[in-house]
Design a protein around this ligand. Structure first.
Ligand code: HEM
Length: 197
């Protein structure tokens, strides 16, 4: 039987990645605007940003595998075809960003002329992506990927805003179960359920 709700694993991964992405964007914007007088803080925050970014990549790959092995609940009954297609497109875009953004970050550090080692959470050394640091124009590639990384983060943020707006529309206008079935806490779910009645 197909469940009407997401599995606990899917719900935990969804909210863990969502919180990490929002924190990661805020952190990225903050740390890149620090001055060279704040070099110690800058170094610590860059290391933390890289650690959380790689964690997002790992969690996203786990989520993708889980998603391929476990069928999600069906779309709400009567949902227009355009809305279903838009939802599918946004989910594909999310996976693209959640994998692409960490990879572009990894390319930035692998080609950076500063050559600062990355140690995830101060424990696990992250190697450079193979073959990149020996390229003759590595510094140019690093700068170009820093731009791509920033633009992709802004587009991801816009996609998150649309995604939240769509979830709220489902809850307040369509009054269907789309938001309810992704909520983590049983109490919160009960309250939202009552509101829908
Ligand atoms: C979903 C994951 C990630 C998000 C949402 C994210 C977001 C951001 C944002 C918003 C910025 C500031 C851009 C700007 O305004 O200049 C930034 C900068 C940066 N990020 Fe990430 N990031 C992610 C993953 C990573 C990873 C995995 C790495 C490295 C392993 C990384 C390395 C960097 C570096 C080095 C910068 C500074 C680039 C520069 O010098 O301008 N990021 N990131």
């Amino acid at each position: 039987m197909i469940s009407r709700r997401y599995s606990l694993v899917a719900i935990v991964l969804h909210w863990a990645i969502a919180i990490a992405i929002l924190g990661q964007i805020a952190l990225g914007l903050y740390m890149t605007r620090l001055t060279d007088q704040q070099i110690n803080l800058k170094f610590t925050l860059f290391q933390f940003h890289k650690s959380v970014g790689i964690t997002i990549l790992v969690l996203t790959l786990a989520r993708l595998v889980w998603r391929l092995l476990h069928r999600p609940p069906p779309p709400p009954v009567g949902q227009p075809a355009w809305e279903r297609r838009a939802a599918q497109a946004s989910h594909i875009a999310f996976y693209g960003f959640m994998i692409g953004l960490p990879l572009t970050g990894w390319i930035i550090v692998s080609t950076s002329p500063l050559d600062i080692p990355t140690v995830l959470f101060g424990v696990i050394p992250l190697p450079d992506l193979p073959g990149l640091n020996t390229l003759s124009n590595a510094a140019g590639i690093s700068a170009r990927f820093a731009e791509i990384h920033a633009v992709a983060a802004y587009i991801l943020l816009a996609t998150v805003v649309l995604h939240v707006a769509a979830a709220l529309k489902h809850h307040t206008i369509d009054r269907d179960e789309v938001l309810w079935r992704m909520l983590p806490l049983p109490l919160l779910r009960q309250r939202i359920r009552k509101e829908m009645k």
